[in-house]
Design a protein around this ligand. Sequence first.
Ligand code: KG4
Ligand code: ZN
Length: 342
Amino acid sequence: MTVLGIETSCDETAAAVVEDGSKLRSNVIASSLAEHAKYGGVVPEIAARSHIQSILPVIRQALDEADSTWEDIDAIAVTRGPGLGGSLLIGVMTARSLAITRQKPLYAINHVEAHVYANFLLEKPPVFPLLALIVSGGHTQLVFFKDHSDYSVLGQTQDDAIGEAFDKVAKLLGLPYPGGPAISQLALKGHPDAYQLPQAKMSRYDFSFSGLKTAVLRQAQAAVGESYDFPSSKLSERLSEAQKADIAASFQQVAIATVVTKAKQAYHEFGPKSVVLAGGVAANQELRRQLTEAIPLPLSFPPVELCADNGAMVGALAGFKSQAGQPPADPYAVTPDPNLAM
Ligand code: KG4
Ligand code: ZN
């Protein structure tokens, strides 16, 4: 079962060829990141336009790099949501057109669920039941999978996603977008206990990061001797390099502790056989280190290029759906759903 996976939910235009949900034959990612960086975040209109320009060349390259022709492709899979409406639309419409004209079954895929499946492309894939900690720019969720497609969401963020918090704190410190990699680099030079920041107290497995972000702002204002109405856009000019590094390290420490504490609690309550990390923030080395320390099972996490958005995870999930006998979607009827829930 060879699947062409297509992903366009945010600013990455991606396509990959995946065999049987587990063997990666090609993985092509074109990002419009550089065009968004100067605005400090993803601009939906720019992302959508960039998908239009890149999607067909990216698909062509994914087929070429897999040494495949359309005859070798058994099915097409595409991210249906959640994500940016305009971005999703380009991927879904392209996939629908290809499925109809090339007469291939079409699988409509949930982006957040797909992130978990980057782990099934590893040499040693996870086993069920598995606990997944999904941490990205748009999502923070703990999900318990009994089997493929049989899962329950244990908890999720009630406001900002953890990656979003990294991005916002980075902006405050005058670091480039996306903020996660920049914060984690800067944190290496700072003291994680230099600033006392609060960990939100949420019920069971839910998360909250907006209070932490505000606490960082208040502490930064106090650090430069200003009150709460000092504009956040001017803070980075007034903070010393040492203060910035300490803020980055202290913020990262609390943000990671928040998700690691809940993941550990869920591990002990549900007793999974595998624990997997997924999503863009899974690239964070400190998160991997702390989670490995907290859980007495070998932690599964994808290589960096499969942590961020990609078509491989979409193709992998579709491969397992097909193996489980799930029917494909109607290619004339699939619509994008920006708010699609797991
Ligand atoms: O999964 P992803 O590529 O897109 C979404 O579906 O959201 O995740 C992007 C997010 C951004 O917020 C980025 O700052 C964060 O992942 N990120 C990191 C690191 N690398 C990327 N956060 C913390 N540490 C990192 N090393
Ligand atoms: Zn993502």
